[in-house]
Design a protein around this ligand. Structure first.
Ligand code: GRF
Length: 215
């Protein structure tokens, strides 16, 4: 069974969706460790409840950014996961880490990349009066939110939609798509080859890229 490590910084609702899917057999893999850079991340409670070993690498307890990066890199080497899943992990991984684990680290980002990399994506969508919003799942490269895109999901933005409601719908969408994609990666049905995402059953990216969801 594929070994999955999940990195979090906060609430961990995506972590919960992944835990639930592993428990129900909808993900053909096992979360072997959850790593947090915040000692008060609620996601740690979710992991403990599911009997998953947790590791806190509190970024405020390191003398420098380099030391934090070194500790994280060495921990990731130790746990030797098949797949490293970023789920609301709010630290940018250094180049040594993204290069070493290239093709093994995935991230979920709450926007239709390449639109809105970085923070506050929901606010930007509302301020710009966008009619669509969505999520992207991508392989992690050394450039922020810019690695090869595996899957995207799109929703209509409702008229006068509040930030809270939009954010809530985006989370629901994430909880549907992320576990599904993690399962396909665990089954080797999706993988990275020569910087391109390959889909084993030749459904092409069409099945995954920019489907519209009613949520
Ligand atoms: C998600 O919206 C994800 O796209 C972004 O951070 C958020 C994490 O939420 N990277 P949660 O901690 O999984 O609830």
């Amino acid at each position: 069974m594929k070994k999955i490590v999940v990195l979090i910084s906060g609430n961990g609702s995506n972590l919960q969706a992944i835990i639930d899917s592993c428990e129900s057999g909808d993900i053909d893999g096992e979360i072997t460790n959850v790593i947090s850079n915040k000692n008060n991340a609620y996601g740690l409670q979710r992991a403990i409840k599911a009997n998953i070993p947790t590791k806190i690498l509190d970024d405020t307890c390191f003398n420098s950014r380099e030391e934090f990066d070194k500790a994280l890199f060495s921990y990731l080497l130790d746990v030797d996961a098949d797949l490293i899943v970023l789920a609301g992990f709010m630290k940018i991984l250094n180049k040594k880490t993204t290069d070493h684990f290239y093709g093994k680290i995935i991230n979920i980002h709450p926007s239709l990349l390449p639109k809105y990399p970085g923070l506050n994506t929901h606010t930007k969508v509302i301020e710009n009066k966008d009619i669509y919003h969505g999520i992207s799942i991508h392989y992690v490269s050394s450039e922020l939110d810019a690695g090869p895109i595996i899957a995207q999901g799109k929703i209509d933005v409702k008229v006068n939609e509040s930030l809270e409601r939009l954010e809530d719908r985006i989370h629901k969408l994430e909880h549907i798509i992320y576990p599904k994609i993690i399962d396909l990666i665990c089954k080797n049905e999706i993988y990275l080859e020569n910087d391109s995402v390959r889909y084993l059953h030749n459904t092409g990216s069409k099945e995954y890229i920019c489907n519209t969801y009613e949520i």
